[in-house]
Design a protein around this ligand. Structure first.
Ligand code: NDP
Length: 402
């Protein structure tokens, strides 16, 4: 029988919810483009409830225990004394989420001598040292598409929030003020601006589609070009390099995975090529941007605003400069874990586990690493190598709280 460790974020500070703001979720039956929703044989949860936190258990306990497996659920993931590290040595499966990543570094993979499957309940498996997983023959899978639309909505919200100066204006209201001039001295319309996405995959393309009705000029850079019909429909301009694209954009949104090719892509040099006063929105991964270079660009005015929900490491230490830099609109890593998204990734996680335990193949589009090489979605979108280095710093958040 297998041992499964499932690392999830903590419950709300006021306790696991007893009621919800809404009574259910809208009915949607497939993703744009036709990919079908997760299709497990059954689910043991109510869609629209909190599944991604420790008490939600992704709705998996009943199923996993009915097969006789051991199911350990914890939020305690960082440092040698953590539950995760203590339980890892004999685990066959690790389930983790990018929002609260259980970093599976090469050292941890070495300790986890029985580990066979690293399953991401979400999208983005950069918290796993993919090179180490390749070397050890560990399968890495994620629930491709489960929250891509959720993130694209967040990106649009953040672009509008930054450009229109929403957060500072909201804060004037809360402070009891009516300071119109203070609010609008940094407020613009997006209409007529040029917006570019780094990567036009599921999220990037959805962002472009959502911004088109705002009468913005659309741009993208990707390793593979969109079909001609899509380029024409959106009237979107492809750029051969990121540098070429950022030069002409007022707003840039990053939507590629983190892998060795994209790590630190937005460094001092790339930021200096952007238009003065551009806005940068990164909901992809924190490590794609140079932490200190972003803070400096905001201070100097090279960037007019930065927003996103991804940091490195996660959780971010209390003294992380992105918490306090000027003109930012950061949130914790939440864009892909709305209650709507949770229902899809919990079902997708169940589907992958059912395949694993029944010896059926996992959907090709869910695979990142399999059989000692990048596979499925991973072979298309990632490059080999490791992007988890430095994640031990996440332990500092724990220490901050002591
Ligand atoms: P997709 O796989 O659909 O899209 C990824 C795109 O990135 C592909 O088009 C790929 O190009 C492109 N890409 C990869 N490397 C490069 C590169 N070096 N330069 C330019 N483009 C590149 O994934 P999604 O759109 O669903 O998700 C993208 C990423 O967003 C995830 O990997 C994850 O990191 C992040 N994410 C964040 C979430 C959050 O909650 N904040 C939730 C979900 C995802 P091609 O395949 O053409 O080579």
């Amino acid at each position: 029988m297998a041992k499964i460790i499932c690392v999830l974020y903590d419950d709300p500070v006021d306790g696991y919810p007893k009621t919800y703001a809404r009574d259910g979720l809208p009915k949607i039956d497939h993703y744009p483009g036709g990919q079908t929703f997760p299709s497990p044989k059954a689910i043991d949860f109510q869609p629209g409830t909190l599944l991604g936190s420790v008490s939600g258990e992704l709705g998996l306990r009943k199923y996993v225990e009915s097969l006789g497996h051991t199911f350990v659920v914890t939020a305690d993931k960082d440092g040698p004394d953590s539950v995760f590290e203590k339980e890892l040595h004999d685990a066959e499966i690790v389930i983790s989420q990018p929002f609260w990543p259980a970093y599976l570094t090469a050292e941890r993979i070495t300790k986890a001598s029985r580990l066979k499957l690293a399953l991401t309940a979400g999208i983005g498996s950069d918290h796993v040292d993919l090179q180490a997983a390749i070397n050890r023959g560990i399968t890495v899978a994620e629930v491709t598409y489960c929250n891509s639309i959720s993130v694209s909505e967040h990106v649009v919200m953040m672009i509008l929030g930054l450009v229109r100066n929403y957060i500072p204006s909201y804060q004037w209201v809360v402070k009891g003020g009516w300071n119109i001039a203070d609010c609008v001295a940094r407020s613009y319309d997006v209409e007529g601006m040029h917006v570019g996405t780094v990567a036009a995959g599921r999220i990037g393309l959805a962002v472009l589609r959502r911004l088109k009705p705002f009468d913005m000029y659309l741009h993208y850079h990707d390793r593979h070009r969109l079909p001609d019909t899509v380029e024409k429909e959106l009237n979107v301009t492809w750029h051969d390099t990121v540098e070429d694209m950022v030069k002409v954009c007022d707003v840039v949104t990053i939507n590629c995975p983190l892998h060795p090719e994209t790590e630190n892509l937005f460094n001092e040099k790339m930021l200096s090529k952007m238009k003065r006063g551009a806005y940068l929105v990164n909901t992809a991964r924190g490590k794609i941007c140079d932490r200190d270079a972003v803070a400096r660009a905001l201070e100097s005015g090279q960037l007019a605003g930065y927003a996103g929900d991804v940091w490195f490491p996660q959780p971010a230490p209390k003294d992380h400069p992105w918490r306090t830099m000027p003109h930012h609109g950061m949130t914790p890593h939440i864009s892909g874990t709305s209650l709507s998204a949770q229902a899809r990734y919990a079902a997708g996680t169940r589907e992958i586990l059912e395949c694993w335990f029944e010896g059926r193949p996992i959907r090709e589009e869910y695979l990142i690493v399999d059989g000692g090489k990048l596979a499925g979605a991973g072979a298309h979108s990632y490059s080999t190598g490791n992007a988890t280095a430095g994640s031990e710093e996440a332990e500092r958040f724990k220490n901050d709280l002591r």
